[in-house]
Design a protein around this ligand. Structure first.
Ligand SMILES: Nc1ncnc2c1ncn2[C@@H]1O[C@H](COP(=O)(O)OP(=O)(O)OP(=O)(O)O)[C@@H](O)[C@H]1O
Ligand SMILES: [Mg+2]
Length: 375
């Protein structure tokens, strides 16, 4: 799939712009603080309804505006679809081909996006919550049911924690109600564990060879770390979980929290037996994320029969020339890619020839060059 056109009104430092992108490689260049990342962010928001760098939707609205709109024409298998988002300080409206979409789960699998951003290192180095968030986002784009499953899980988890607090404060002692919530939570947990496990397995079939191509290092893998051993059939897993919940019940009541479950999962990145979180260089960590995310393109191709849109925010500046060139081989005209850079000299001249160029200057975008015809 690819984004043909995007129209912004009051998005960050853009007052009103319209950009027509090419199906292949688009390069957005300009000095610092001109709006390069803002443009990528607007595409991300159009696809996933939320920003990758701000929790507060209203911060996306231009400082002098009351509301923002984003409109995009997405082409998938030769058909055009229109996506619209409206955000003001109180509400958000999503539209698909002019019809209102009430459920986010029905919307976020329409336009698939993979973003590479300077903050990605947090996925390796930061706390487990960053990794779970990322995992959930990718799985939600892949299976729309996953988003619903996670929302249900989080709702029951919240109820259970609230009930634990009530037992702790001796407000209520209906253990039967707690059992119902726990069993419900266990059923959802099993589904989440299995989907996450399946997904990481798929990633591992691909990411090792990508890591080797870019870094020339062997034996890269991603390890899924649920808080209990889940390599069992559903029935066995259910029994083990029921036992675990029972073992932890007093502790759960004491802490007013559910201490096991998919909300405690983690993933780790290994090169051989070295955990990259503790032993990896910055470049090795960066490429771990690149390999992880590039694997997803293949997964999308295979399971959704389309390619996602790649957003690459300033990722070349950190890598040495050899790694940069290796990475460039993965950027093909067959996957729509939107690259930002402060300096075109950071990029290979062959890549520039193949690309459509845009210059960003203080919230205005000027097309500089179409893709060279003989490319
Ligand atoms: N809600 C907003 N309203 C108006 N301007 C905003 C808003 N949010 C951010 N900006 C402005 O957008 C600009 C930053 O844009 P952006 O992050 O896209 O820069 P960039 O071109 O990617 O720069 P760099 O090369 O440093 O990454 C800043 O000048 C910032 O003040
Ligand atoms: Mg930027």
């Amino acid at each position: 799939m690819y984004l043909k056109k995007i129209k912004l009104y009051n998005f960050r430092n853009y007052k009103s712009i319209q950009v027509t992108l090419t199906k292949g490689i688009n390069i957005i260049y300009g000095q610092n603080a001109q709006g390069k990342t803002n443009l990528l962010e607007s595409i991300y928001v159009l696809g996933l309804t939320k920003s990758h760098r701000s929790f507060i939707d209203s911060s996306l609205i231009n400082n002098n505006g009351e509301y923002l709109t984003i409109e995009g024409i997405v082409n998938k298998n030769k058909l055009d679809d229109k996506l619209n988002i409206y955000i003001d300080s109180k509400s958000k409206i999503l539209k698909y081909n002019d019809n209102n979409i009430k459920k986010v789960s029905d919307y976020i699998s329409l336009m698939n996006i993979i973003i590479f951003s300077p903050d990605d290192l947090e996925i390796v180095k930061g706390s487990p919550i960053n990794r779970r968030k990322y995992l959930d986002l990718e799985l939600s784009q892949l299976y729309s049911n996953y988003y619903i499953l996670m929302s249900e899980y989080n709702k029951i988890l919240k109820l259970r924690n609230e009930y634990l607090r009530r037992i702790n404060k001796k407000i209520s002692v209906d253990k039967n109600y707690l059992n119902i919530l726990t069993n419900y939570l266990i059923d959802k947990s099993i589904m989440i564990y299995k989907l996450r496990l399946k997904y990481i397995k798929k990633v591992n079939e691909i990411c090792d060879s990508i890591y080797k191509d870019i870094m020339n290092l062997d034996d890269f893998k991603i390890v899924y770390k649920p808080s209990i051993d889940i390599d069992l059939n559903d029935l066995e897993l259910k029994k083990i979980l029921q036992q675990e919940y029972l073992n932890k019940l007093d502790y759960d009541i004491k802490t007013c929290m559910t201490n096991i479950g998919p909300h405690k999962d983690d993933i780790e990145f290994f090169l051989g037996d070295k955990n990259l979180k503790y032993y990896g260089s910055q470049g090795q960590q960066r490429v771990a994320i690149l390999a992880f995310k590039l694997s997803e393109i293949e997964i999308f191709k295979k399971y959704k029969e389309t390619t996602p849109i790649l957003l690459l925010d300033d990722i070349f500046s950190e890598l040495d020339d050899v790694k940069k060139n290796n990475l460039l081989k993965y950027i093909s005209k067959n996957v729509q890619t939107i690259i930002t850079t402060t300096d075109l000299n950071n990029l290979d001249s062959k890549l520039i020839k193949k690309s459509k160029l845009f210059h960003v200057d203080n919230g205005k975008i000027v097309k500089i060059k179409e893709v060279d015809i003989n490319e």
